[in-house]
Design a protein around this ligand. Sequence first.
Ligand code: ATP
Ligand code: MG
Length: 419
Amino acid sequence: MSKTIQAVRGMNDILPAESALWESFEDTIRAWLHGYGYTQIRTPIVESTDLFVRSIGEVTDIVEKEMYSFEDRLNGERLTMRPEGTASCVRAVVEHNLLYNAPQRLWYMGPMFRHERPQKGRYRQFHQVGVEALGYDGPDMDAEHIIMTARLWKLLGLQDVALEINTLGSADARSRYRQRLIAYFEQHAELLDEDAKRRLYSNPLRILDSKNPALQAMIEAAPKLMDDLDDASRVHFDSLQSILKDAGIAYRINTRLVRGLDYYNATVFEWVTTRLGAQGTVCAGGRYDSLIEQIGGKPAPACGYAMGVERLLALMQEGGYEPPALPVDAYLVHAGDAASKLAPQLAERLRDAGLSVVLHCGGGSFKSQMKKADASGANLAIIIGDDEAAAGEASIKPLRGAGEQKRVSLSNLPEVLSA
Ligand code: ATP
Ligand code: MG
């Protein structure tokens, strides 16, 4: 026997036993997004590598070390499996000129790819639900995004997810802050680790995000961007906070929240839980007002966020969530030539009437078929043997709970079962 082939490390199969949870989550997501007037966009999984380098930023974890990039063997194009959805969404919006006469509220859901060290809540293929609002510049839209996620947590029955917000200000404010940060970190050069040294001049804001315990005290005392903030961003941030207060949404300002992607400005936020260990961020986003222009579109402001589906599902399960059971209505048992000829047609007629029916395939005795019917989880068995076929009837046997077996004429069967 040849050696078995296994899935790629960090890329998971979602097996039948788990798919009910995924489907129930996806149903909730669709209804929730419809409730806010968002429509879905579906973009390809593979894009030009340049798209991500230009949008996410050269000196970020994702572009430096996490992307699945390859060269197209036929034409040498540099391609990448998408590590996130915003860049693709903006690319599609620009390419198809969707902002021509109206702003857009869009969402997407699907697999993303990052070459990270696999661990609980961190995979190489994982799934995101993303939401983007393009062409909106006010804090009312930032607030809509935060308020709608708060509703989603309720719909999913999640507890212990806390909101952290920050503002990264305008590009000018950030570049003033950058200089101040570099000067500060230079004063503490002897404390910096390898990562921090590498980022000191290329992306010093990311040092704030370091998890290295040895750096924490020094980072804690670093200058704050708030002190360099431009007036427009300050007004924007204040009014976001006042909308959140009016909506009764609790939050904490975290001045170290800088996000791992370069395209953000002004508002950034994360929803974090303490229930999932180190991988505690379940949702993250913010404003990216210059990304559309950066990708070649006519300048337009935008904001959005993405959620990690695996982390949300883990949190739902941790809270004891059980997806609704969806048993099929009937398992159709048949033996004998006449009955077996009749069975597929009968199954189709029942499905015409809106019933879900598993047609027994593969032959076998009544006894073995009944065992399969029991194991299928169906609500009842429909049985046709030679007797029934000759009489134009079927027997109905409840498989769960009480109720007697009875015979019904085939012509009445759809009505009887629907009732
Ligand atoms: P982290 O700090 O956990 O690496 P990130 O800042 O890289 O997250 P984003 O790019 O903002 O993550 O993606 C949004 C969300 O997608 C994250 O908050 C998380 O829930 C989820 N996510 C990101 N990377 C992974 C991964 N490798 N596996 C599972 N979920 C992920
Ligand atoms: Mg990451």
